[in-house]
Design a protein around this ligand. Structure first.
Ligand SMILES: [Zn+2]
Ligand SMILES: [Zn+2]
Length: 359
């Protein structure tokens, strides 16, 4: 164990609130020491997820303060706790949202650890990846497929995995028609998994850039957020954190169809009309985190399908800019904070145009 590694640059939230109040602040803190079952990871890339916005703005209850957000972390193991042997020093790993479950509750014992009654989450209960280093219990880290470099692997770790679980929860029949409401980091990955499985995908989003991305990855149509679908939907996924879209999506469903709500936070849902929105066995379901098995299955399917990961890159010192862009719907695909040690730079000439803010 290396002691006294020194300090690192991070972003912390002490008092969540509106972005105008700058709740996310740059701070130097000590590099964490891994616990016995943990690895210490030198961060190469960290995705910026909408859940980070909810943590920073206080939409989610405060679990720890101050907290370093970020739960789509790619990096290399630089140190291991005394009982951590799963990964070698130097090995690339991913750190995701779920980082601990109790292992003994009725949910953990029935392959539903995403519903564990005593879970811990990266960047909410424990410090995350808006930092140079991060720790994780080794049992919750992921090996990452070589098909993805550090930057494209980062958004897979939450946006990808949660989108995958949402798609599973939507119970789309083979060759079925899927509606996707909101088309950001998570949706564009889930759409490609669905397309790979033979689905016809219709996208509803207010962002013209997102509509273009949807068509680029192979979706059949892309229109306004509240538009009626060109054909009845067998299943739908709501990625936009907008409760007003629940009745819109329910009305678009074919009889027997399912709407899965992917977000951890949603504005209030207006009242539903039983005949219009629910009768004929339409159903609405939420999605809560994911199991590690979901993560492994998604990473394997994403690698096999060589899915395209659309990223907007930011320097590590631009986390506040990235969050503001996400809040204002200015991010194309998934926002990622990229460190110098990322393999993006290995042998590659970097171009200013890669960056949101050159210089
Ligand atoms: Zn449990
Ligand atoms: Zn996330």
């Amino acid at each position: 164990m290396a002691r006294g590694r020194g300090e690192m640059d991070t972003w912390q939230v002490a008092t969540p609130g509106p972005l105008d109040d700058n709740p996310l602040r740059p701070v130097r803190v000590r590099v964490p020491e891994p616990e016995s079952d943990e690895v210490l990871v030198h961060v190469s890339a960290c995705g910026v997820c909408r859940t980070d916005l909810h943590v920073v703005m206080g939409d989610l209850a405060r679990h720890r303060s101050p907290i370093i957000p970020g739960h789509e972390i790619v990096g290399r193991v630089v140190d291991r706790g005394a009982s951590a042997h799963r990964f070698e020093v130097g090995e690339r790993v991913g750190i995701a949202w779920l980082r601990h479950t109790c292992g003994v509750c009725r949910f953990c014992r029935t392959e539903r650890e995403n519903l564990c009654v005593d879970p811990r989450f990266t960047g909410w209960d424990d410090d995350g990846g808006y930092a140079e280093y991060a720790t994780v219990p080794e049992a919750y880290a992921y090996r990452l497929p070589d098909a993805f470099d550090d930057v494209t692997a980062a958004p897979l770790l939450c946006a990808g995995i949660i989108g995958f679980r949402a798609l599973e929860r939507a119970e789309l029949p083979d060759g079925g028609r899927l509606g996707i409401y909101g088309f950001g980091g998570s949706a564009h990955l889930a759409a490609q998994i669905a397309l790979r499985r033979g689905a016809v995908v219709h996208v509803f989003t207010r962002s013209v850039a997102a509509q273009r991305l949807a068509l680029d990855v192979g979706c059949a149509t892309a229109g306004a957020a509240t538009a009626a679908p060109p054909e009845p939907l067998d299943a739908a996924i709501l990625f936009a954190p907008v409760g007003d879209l629940v009745p819109v999506a329910m009305e678009a469903l074919q009889r027997g169809g399912t709407l899965a709500i992917a977000g951890i936070h949603l504005s209030d849902i207006p009242s539903l009309n039983y005949q219009t929105h629910l009768f004929e066995e339409r159903q609405v379901r939420s999605v809560t985190a994911n199991t590690r098995a979901d993560g492994e299955r998604f990473l394997a399917e994403a690698a096999a399908g060589r899915i395209h990961v659309q990223t907007s890159l930011y320097r590590p010192d631009q986390a506040d800019v990235a969050l503001a862009d996400l809040w204002n719907d200015r991010v194309d695909g998934a926002a990622v904070l990229v460190h110098e040690q990322s393999d993006l730079f290995r042998g590659a000439v970097t171009s200013d145009r890669l960056w949101r803010l050159p210089g």
